[in-house]
Design a binder for this molecule. Structure first.
Ligand code: GLY
Ligand code: MN
Ligand code: MN
Length: 353
């Protein structure tokens, strides 16, 4: 079934006769338009893409299944003109601004408006073959960047310089950019789960956590590796091995039919049993695709069931304040029987002399 057919099936289930798409990655997924600034209006029979002068020609080429409507900057004012007949209109309540919601209400005074934020995200959660191949390439670009940075890293470099080397390597390999603001966190900063690269210099005797990813043809990758600079103490080795064991167990638990909650619990138990449960305060993973963070997640609250074709990270960590931390993150593809690990970068304890 095509994306539009699947979408219409969902709309039918939700008993809505129109749906408004504004989140850029959802617009791209449904229409093929990569320009970002478009609003889609989808009904059981028709498909409209509203955009302004700058994008008209691009939209015509990229979104052949959509009727392209030229608007001013205000797509919401134009929507009312095409949506006269609609009775129940769904929209992305998690993304619309309050001002645009007011315009939507004014434009559809007779219609019932329903916030249905997950309609397109649900379609996006199972990737097709072409999407999987693109993600494989995004993952490979990140793997190769890690390989390159291991060769170029020098004690005394700043975290920002390490981050720049990662980005340079990925851009040279065809990435359009990084998939988020990179985390390069050394020493006590490695205890910050989201310690973005700073001007701190890297020293011997420290963990160095690098969490980064590429955007390739619109699709994201996401990888974390933690290495040790110099001579580790026993506790450094122990914490690393606990995280690695949890990560491997989490990967082994990924399979269709399991909930995100069940997989999270398997990895979490290993960290808890080792006495570090209080230092693992985030979920085990999240899906990736056109966005860096998508659903379903692997987390204590995720009830959704994994399905073949989902692409998800497994990324446990232990973060001990004023000491340091370790996170290891791979991307896996859910298969018919379990999962395939897409990330190839080595994850045994790497000691950098
Ligand atoms: N750096 C974001 C993540 O790994 O989810
Ligand atoms: Mn990451
Ligand atoms: Mn991640």
């Amino acid at each position: 079934m095509s994306r539009l057919e699947r979408m219409r099936q969902k709309m039918h289930q939700e008993k809505i006769d129109a749906y408004v798409v504004i989140r850029p990655e959802n617009g791209r997924y449904m229409s093929g338009f990569t320009g970002g600034e478009a609003t889609l209006y989808i009904t059981a029979k028709k498909t409209f893409l509203l955009t302004d002068f700058r994008y008209i020609e691009q939209a015509k080429v990229q979104a052949p299944e959509f009727e392209i409507l030229k608007t001013g900057n205000d797509h919401f004012e134009s929507l009312a003109e095409i949506g006269q007949q609609a009775q129940r209109v769904g929209f992305e309540g998690d993304f619309i601004t309050h001002a645009n919601y007011e315009k939507l209400k004014n434009g559809f005074p007779e219609a019932e408006l329903l916030s249905l934020p997950n309609l397109v995200s649900y379609l996006r959660s199972v990737k097709d073959q072409a999407e999987i191949e693109t993600i494989r390439q995004a993952v490979k670009i990140a793997d190769d960047a890690f390989d390159n940075v291991l060769k170029s890293i020098e004690i005394g470099q700043t975290e920002e310089e390490v981050g720049l080397d990662l980005e340079y390597s990925m851009r040279r390999a065809g990435a359009s950019g990084g998939s988020f603001e990179f985390i390069v966190a050394s020493g006590v900063r490695s205890a910050l789960p989201h310690g973005t690269a700073s001007s701190k210099k890297i020293h011997l005797g420290e963990f160095l956590t690098m969490d980064f990813g590429a955007v390739y043809q619109g699709y994201c990758s996401d990888i974390t590796r933690t290495v040790f600079l110099g001579e580790p103490e026993d506790k450094h080795r122990e914490v690393y091995e606990v995280v690695l064991a949890a990560q491997r167990a989490g990967i082994a638990a990924v399979a269709p039919g399991r909930t995100g909650k069940e997989v999270d619990a398997v990895a979490r138990k290993i960290i808890e049993d080792a006495g570090y449960g209080d230092y693992f305060g985030h979920g085990l993973g999240h899906s990736v695709g056109l966005a860096i963070h998508e659903g379903p997640n692997l987390s204590m609250r995720e009830e959704r069931v994994l399905e073949p074709g989902m692409v998800i990270t497994v990324e446990p960590g232990i973060y001990i304040p004023d000491w340091g931390g370790v996170r290891i993150e791979d991307i896996v593809l859910v298969t018919e029987n379990g999962c395939e690990v897409l990330t190839q970068a080595p994850k045994e304890f790497i000691i950098f002399e």
